[in-house]
Design a protein around this ligand. Structure first.
Ligand SMILES: [Zn+2]
Length: 293
């Protein structure tokens, strides 16, 4: 399969300038390395009606185009189920009946990193298992054989992060993000993942899971986020941050695109021009402060 990069938004609202900047970067990384560029809608959770159409329109308005059709995660349940079955067959999963509160209140295992699942349900005996099954539906967790895992990121170098017995399928039946992402990237031939660096910390979990499924890890580029004046990750509450808001404030999409390109040290204008000048080594490594329309 041809190699590919991707942008994978969650249709939970409008994209803001931070999302659009990451999308432009993902497009530039893929196109500058001769990859296809795919669009995947991560709609397993928190999908809001109408969001997807608006997001696709906004991407096109700043010049981000993709190859082939749009893939939606809600249409891919059988692929995720198959991957979980493979892990189950290899003895790499277990049922977990914990509520969020029980996990928070459980004493953590010695040397366990902060926030790691304490392992409450890892070794239930058959009687306990039978009783718990009668009380509430189970989530499926990975039986991880490592506490940490190291990935290589083009911008961050080697990064070692926590691996714990993370959830593969929630107890409401929804596939967990970490499992879906790994399965989708592999199935779509995606070997380059460009996304915001707030996701770097979950990357070791995904790469570890990929290794258990005999999937080669993609190359990673976790790019700096756009932040507000207080240094916090940009959000809708920060005022006019969507293309629609900005157009209403007198800044048309092409001007927004140009500002985003300039923030990356790239020439304004159509993305093809930025592509010709694109050099990953000279990308800014710090968050970019959005100062308003
Ligand atoms: Zn549990």
């Amino acid at each position: 399969m041809t190699s590919a990069g991707r942008f994978a938004p969650s249709p939970s609202g409008e994209l803001h300038v931070g999302n659009l900047r990451t999308a432009i970067l993902a497009w530039l990384f893929a196109r500058s390395t001769g990859r296809r560029f795919l669009l995947r809608v991560e709609d397993l959770d928190r999908a809001r009606a109408g969001s997807e159409a608006g997001q696709l329109r906004d991407l096109q308005a700043v010049g981000v185009t993709w190859d082939g059709g749009v893939v939606r995660q809600t249409a891919r349940g059988p692929l995720y189920a198959e991957a979980i079955s493979r892990l189950e067959a290899a003895g790499l999963t277990y049922e977990c009946f914990c509520t969020r509160r029980e996990i928070q209140e459980a004493p953590s295992a010695p040397h366990a990193p902060q926030g790691a699942y304490p392992g409450t349900c890892r070794n239930l005996d058959p009687a306990e298992l039978e009783f718990k099954r009668s009380t509430r539906p189970a989530a499926i967790r990975l039986r991880a054989g490592a506490a940490e895992y190291t990935v290589r990121d083009l911008l961050h170098g080697e990064f070692t992060g926590v691996v714990d017995d993370f959830v593969l399928r929630r107890n409401d039946g929804v596939t967990a993000y970490n499992l879906a992402v790994v399965v989708d990237d592999a199935e779509q031939g995606i070997d380059q993942v460009v996304r915001g660096d707030d996701l770097l910390s979950s990357t070791p979990r995904q790469a570890y899971l990929a290794s258990l499924l005999n999937i080669p890890s993609p190359e990673y580029e976790h790019v700096p986020l756009v932040v507000n004046n207080d240094g916090a990750r940009l959000a809708k509450r920060d005022g006019a941050v969507t293309l629609q808001d900005l157009a209403d404030a007198g800044t048309p999409p092409a001007a927004v695109r140009d500002r985003l390109l300039e923030s990356l040290g790239l020439p304004a204008g159509p993305l093809a021009k930025a592509l010709a000048a694109f050099d990953p080594n000279s990308l800014p490594r710090k968050p970019w402060v959005w100062s308003g329309p």
